[in-house]
Write a protein that binds this ligand. Structure first.
Ligand code: ADP
Ligand code: MG
Length: 359
């Protein structure tokens, strides 16, 4: 079986995680910020789903919503987060504590947020082993050493007794990944885990995650603002903008045939796309707006080179833009592009297209 076939086979059956129409808002004194505004996506076992978008697009709030770690004044207002057939939004605080760091583990950008400076790395891994797998004593020590070896930390026998400050940045992030694996998770949520690292170390960590995924059949949700990292790691990609998913596709298709003007802009602004220096945009001009109004228009329109009048008054719904299998969708009034603009806009006015799966 080719890799491509193996990948499509993987996405059959029940997803490991299914986020359905999730909305998370922050109620500040000034306004209601719809940080995550009605997003839906799936993650299957053994696949890496990328979430990409500029800073402020709602990626971290998505991760924190899944983990039920949204802090005040934030509130999950709508949607379902189906995991293993059950809605995480129905779980008690106690049930969530055992799921977090148990079957779902998270790795953050800064490893120091997950490591306690006053305990050795080994003791922190052993604590996770005790809590989630009931291991203690020499069994736990042995397992901690094996985990450090599994994430490529050399001389693990000695390093298990060291403190976080004795580790380099890259080694710390490896230690955090070892801690996450201590609970034998099925789903790993990584929020910009390599952003603080230099490119060589970043490449090593990405490689490590791929190896671990293969060995353990992990589902990985990988958040980054970096399209280059997405190209390295993701099987499927969701592009986020101002709280919404504006395009989703298998990674190769997204890079070969990006449909949403925002995705096109993100791709044009990364180096090495075969464009001349002055042909490519350094960045897309402007910033991500704060989503503080109902979605009754396209939030990207003010920055969009292809925007037209209706973009200010009609909300784009996800429509099929690929080969008809529903795996490539974009939320943009330019599509479906086999229809005259007026008819395409009507599809969005009516709430999306049949067969385009408008969840
Ligand atoms: P990303 O991870 O994509 O950079 P975030 O998910 O962190 O973006 O944030 C999305 C938006 O949610 C932010 O631009 C901000 O407006 C809002 N937000 C996030 N956390 C808070 C908070 N604690 N209070 C108020 N607004 C918040
Ligand atoms: Mg973030």
């Amino acid at each position: 079986m080719s890799t491509e076939q193996a990948r499509s086979a993987r996405t059959e059956g029940e997803p490991l995680l299914s986020v359905e129409n999730l909305r998370t808002s922050f109620y500040t004194d000034k306004e209601v910020i719809r940080a995550v505004d009605g997003i839906s996506f799936d993650i299957f076992r053994g696949e890496t789903v990328g979430i990409v978008g500029e800073s402020g697009s709602g990626k971290s709030v998505t991760a924190r919503s899944i983990m039920r770690l949204v802090e005040k004044p934030g509130r999950i207002e709508n949607g379902r987060i189906m995991y293993d057939g059950e809605d995480l939004l129905d779980k008690s605080a106690k049930q969530m504590r055992s799921i977090r760091g148990g079957s779902i583990a998270m790795v953050f950008q800064d490893p120091l947020t997950s490591l306690n400076p006053v305990y050795t790395v080994g003791n922190q891994i052993k604590e996770a082993l005790r809590l989630h797998r009931g291991l203690s004593g020499s069994k736990a020590t042995k397992e901690a050493i094996e985990l450090l070896e599994a994430v490529g930390i050399p001389d693990a026998h000695r390093r298990v007794r060291e403190y976080p400050h004795q580790f380099s940045g890259g080694m710390r992030q490896r230690a955090v990944i070892a801690m996450a694996l201590a609970c034998d998770p099925e789903l790993l949520i990584c929020d910009e885990p390599t952003t603080a690292l230099d490119v060589t170390i970043q490449a090593q960590i990405l490689e490590l995650l791929e190896e671990l995924q293969e060995e353990r059949d992990l589902g990985i949700m990988f958040i980054t603002h970096d399209m280059g990292v997405i190209a390295e790691i993701a099987d499927r990609v969701n592009v986020m903008y101002a709280g919404e998913i504006v395009e989703s596709a298998p990674v190769v298709e997204l890079f070969e045939s990006p449909k949403h003007p925002y995705t096109q802009g993100l791709l044009n602004s990364i180096p090495g796309q075969g464009l001349d220096e002055d042909e490519r945009l350094a960045t897309i001009e402007g910033d991500v707006p704060t989503p503080n109004e109902d979605p009754t228009y396209c939030r990207f329109a003010p920055r969009c080179p292809k925007a037209f009048t209706e973009c200010d008054t009609v909300h784009p719904e996800p429509v099929e833009v690929g080969d008809g299998t529903g795996r490539h969708r974009a939320s943009c009034l330019l599509y479906p592009d086999d229809l005259p603009t007026e008819e395409a806009v009507a599809v969005h006015r009516e709430g999306g297209q049949r067969g385009g799966d408008t969840r």
